[in-house]
Design a protein around this ligand. Structure first.
Ligand SMILES: [Cu+2]
Length: 150
């Protein structure tokens, strides 16, 4: 009986050291992943916004900050990557105590890589709502909504 207990104890030790090693390699894996992600796209900001049929990958080289920001938009719908749409972005913040509502709309332009570029202005820190209006030729305009914290 006493011996069984001892063996049980040893087995427990073995198990716990095995899981410790597993924990280690998970850490190493996550570190490698973080590193390769940084090297591959060094984006300062990335967020995906979508409706049922349209997906927009929003990114920025620099982290978003108050003032003017350049966003890149990659837009995909059922038909694939959209490169012939009229795209505009409205950023707004509802009125807050002692502060009026803020809103501005910017037109996006198509880049050579098939993404769209748009300059938006966040005039203060806080949560900003983004409405991305996507109007493909002779199709209904789609609105994709998201928000960012500045
Ligand atoms: Cu405000």
């Amino acid at each position: 009986m006493e011996q069984t207990k001892t063996i049980g104890f040893l087995q427990n030790r073995k198990n716990s050291s095995a899981s410790h090693e597993a924990g280690f390699s998970v850490m190493a894996f996550l570190l490698a992943l973080a590193l390769s992600t940084t090297l591959l796209h060094a984006a300062g900001f990335e967020k995906e916004a979508k409706t049922r049929e349209t997906r927009v990958l929003i990114s920025s080289e620099k982290p978003l900050s108050t003032g003017s920001n350049t966003l890149e938009l990659g837009i995909v719908d059922k038909g694939g990557t959209l490169t012939d749409a009229h795209v505009s972005v409205k950023v707004f913040m509802p009125a807050m105590p002692g502060m009026p509502a803020m809103e501005s709309t910017s037109e996006a332009k198509l880049l050579k890589n098939g993404k769209y570029s748009v300059e938006v202005n966040f005039s203060m820190s806080g949560t900003w709502q983004l409405h991305i209006f996507i109007a493909p030729p002779s199709k209904k305009t789609v609105r994709v909504k998201t928000s960012v914290n500045i």
